[in-house]
Write a protein that binds this ligand. Structure first.
Ligand code: FAD
Length: 317
């Protein structure tokens, strides 16, 4: 079932989770162990992130280096199939521009359609680790909106090969990313919002936001979106803080602010176990307020912390 239909048919706030594929070498059981406890909360859908390959230098016996391409977390499509089979819950694969030609994207979309996936979250992806700015593949997409248009085309039976007439129409519900604290490359919020609106006008059904730790920023963002005519559901993305290190890593990596009250409490903690308690309580308060504000879905980035998410959602429901 499509994410947008889950939202339309619901009378309250839904729950959804986001997971990462396991590191290469691990089995699908690591996904089940991660998700099993969380299934008690009947998530409406589960997102699976996509991780492009990266170049690393491997030292050879003669002291020189070989540049090799490695993919540390393959398996997004397979995990989606496994989730739908094992739990009978809708899976939402993330689809990125980076590292894909248009043809490879089309083939991936056909695979997803064949295994019964009705949803995609379309993203640009970040610059490759060895690049300072994002560079698309020679025949790939530069922005998420270009990828989105390819999905919309396929939903209308339009394939890259022009001689395919009356092609099968896929029926993907399309989500896109939004940034309550602005995407780090955008010169200002207004410009960022104009590109977000363009994605919605081109066919995005809903928006999932980057994590944030101050609900005020989310509410203001929703107001700004509505003011420029973005009228699709906006789903807050939520992540717990569980270590002191994250106080500097999260702002640097995701361009998000940690509110002063939260950082002061975390600085007082003696151990990361104490930080986790503070992070759990903060996330619970955020979730309660967002639920009271009747957000369509609470979308939790579970990453390596399913237990924290479990504690929060159990107390919330
Ligand atoms: P875009 O919408 O293309 O925007 C990128 C930048 O370009 C923005 O600054 C925007 O303002 C600007 N822009 C957009 N359109 C235009 C235009 N036409 N002309 C000029 N400028 C333009 N990354 C992964 O690799 N894998 C994942 O699984 C993943 N999941 C994510 C899930 C969520 C909910 C979020 C919020 C992010 C996720 N990301 C993921 C990270 C994402 O790929 C990066 O944030 C990336 O830098 C931007 O992606 P986007 O889809 O927002 O890009």
């Amino acid at each position: 079932m499509k994410v947008i239909d889950h939202i339309r048919q619901s009378r309250g706030t839904l729950i959804s989770f986001e997971i990462l594929p396991p590191l290469k070498g691990k089995t699908i059981n690591s996904i089940y162990e991660h998700l099993d406890p969380l299934m008690e909360f009947k998530p409406s859908f589960i997102n699976v992130t996509y991780h492009r390959s990266e170049h690393v230098f491997k030292k050879k016996a003669d002291g020189t280096f070989d540049k090799v391409e490695v993919r540390k977390r393959p398996g997004t499509v397979g995990i989606c199939a496994a989730i739908m089979n094992h739990y009978h819950v809708d899976a939402v694969p993330h689809l990125i521009c980076g590292g894909f030609t248009k043809r490879e994207t089309e083939d991936a979309l056909i695979d997803l359609n064949f295994i019964g996936v009705d949803n995609v979250l379309v993203l640009r992806g970040d610059a490759a680790k060895n690049e300072s700015v994002f560079e698309p593949e020679p025949d790939g997409h530069r922005y998420a909106i270009d990828l989105l248009k390819q999905v919309v085309n396929l939903n209308n039976g339009i394939y890259l090969e022009e001689d395919i007439r009356d092609g099968f129409r896929t029926k993907f519900s399309i989500g896109v990313a939004g940034y309550p604290e602005k995407h780090f490359e955008a010169p200002n919020m207004n410009t960022d919002l104009s590109y977000l609106k363009a994605k919605v006008d081109a066919g995005a059904d809903y928006i999932v936001t980057q994590m944030f730790f101050d609900n005020k920023k989310f509410f203001e963002y929703v107001d700004k979106c509505r003011a420029v005519g973005i009228d699709v559901p906006i789903i807050p993305g939520l992540k717990p803080i569980a270590s002191k290190r994250q106080l500097s890593v999260l702002p640097r990596t995701f361009n998000v602010d940690i509110p002063n009250d939260l950082s002061v409490e975390i600085m007082k903690c003696k151990t990361d176990a104490d930080v986790e308690l503070v992070g759990t309580e903060w996330l619970l308060q955020q979730s309660r307020e967002l639920k009271e504000a009747k957000v369509p879905v609470l979308h939790y980035y579970t990453l390596s912390k399913p237990r924290v998410i479990y504690d929060v959602v159990r107390q919330l429901l």
